[in-house]
Design a binder for this molecule. Structure first.
Ligand code: PBG
Length: 326
């Protein structure tokens, strides 16, 4: 036999020498949930190890992440009061705005990304203004998204990440930011965001399950792949600097397709349900924790993701800090 691929797998150093991909700490983004009222803070039962933090708690958490070598976080807000329009999303004293100010003040080098969407802020749980037919009114919602993006940008966020899936929101946000001289704020668009069952635990965390109907008139149909390319194309044309594919594990084909088709940085969102199913398997002793996490994160890199938004970021960094090289 001339060809023996096993020759290159013989020793750890040889395997390391020919290793094609690695997960970089710099590409991990830890999501953080920030509440307005201290009584809403605390653990999230469907996401063991993940908490809702007050603004002070979020700052302490960010400090810990920075100490572990993580450089980016994605902020979600959970307001005290929800209304039909989700007005609290743009509240200049809301939890996200206050967290941005507090973290930037103490940790100016930490990259702050703010999720821009109304579902955590509306009493009906939809991502925008619901019209008399029970439909989310696309263009009326754009105004709210723009207000929220401006509030976060003015507070000092680095990146805004619209996750609502309204048509035209990237252009509306870009124009509004530019009109205020906020040219330096980048847009990371959730371009290919599917109507997925894997968001279940997040909706418990944010109390954002729709009270009626579902998100299928704005989030994408899991059966569609070509349409993801079209969505990404439109968002880039409207000024998106980076794009997100979400969820992650069940959509790795799209991460690869996006990587091969576009030259902007591609992010993948390893969502709440993907986190929770692995945590449940770890708790049962069914899967080996460290190896499964490494393999999962590596799959995103191999598929072509530059950026990985994951609830495992802190744990991965912790292990990295302790072991040098997980
Ligand atoms: C807000 C938003 C959601 C997630 C990120 N941004 C929830 C949703 O669309 O229902 C999900 C994140 C996760 O599941 O980890 N629209």
């Amino acid at each position: 036999m001339i060809h023996r691929p096993r020759r290159l797998r013989r020793t750890p150093a040889l395997r390391a020498l020919v290793r094609e991909h690695a997960v970089r700490l710099d590409s991990l983004v830890q999501p953080i949930f920030v509440v307005e009222r201290s009584q809403d803070a605390g653990p999230i039962s469907s996401m063991p190890g993940i908490e809702r933090f007050t603004v002070d708690g979020a700052l302490a958490h960010a400090r810990e992440l920075a100490r572990l070598g993580l450089r980016s976080v994605l902020l979600f807000g959970i307001p005290a009061n929800k209304d039909a329009r989700g007005s609290a999303a743009a509240d200049p004293n809301g939890p996200v705005v206050r967290a941005i100010r507090a973290i930037k003040d103490e940790l100016p080098e930490m990259l702050l990304i703010a999720d821009v969407c109304n579902c955590e802020y509306t009493d009906h749980g939809h991502c925008g203004i619901v019209d008399e037919r029970g439909d989310v009114d696309n263009d009326a919602t754009l105004t709210l998204l723009v207000q929220a993006a401006l509030a976060y940008a003015q507070a000092g966020v680095d990146v805004v990440a619209p996750s609502d899936m309204m048509d035209g929101r990237v252009e509306a946000i870009r124009r509004a930011l530019d009109a205020q001289g906020l040219h330096h704020i980048a847009i990371m668009a959730y371009s290919a965001k599917y109507a997925s069952a894997f968001y279940g635990p997040f909706r418990e965390a944010a109390g954002s399950s729709p009270r009626f109907g579902d998100r299928r008139t704005y989030q994408m149909d899991p059966a569609n792949a070509r349409e993801a390319i079209r969505e990404i194309d439109l968002d880039i044309a409207q000024g998106a600097d980076m794009v997100i594919i979400k969820p992650g594990l069940a959509y790795l084909d799209l991460v690869r397709a996006a990587r091969d088709t576009f030259d902007v940085p591609i992010a993948v969102y390893n969502v709440s349900g993907e986190y929770s199913m692995l945590m449940a398997a770890f708790a049962n002793g069914w899967l080996e924790r460290d190896r499964t996490i490494d393999e999962t994160l590596l799959a995103f890199v191999r598929a072509g993701a530059d950026i990985i938004i994951t609830y495992f970021a802190k744990e991965y960094a912790q292990r990295y800090a302790a072991a040098g090289r997980p």
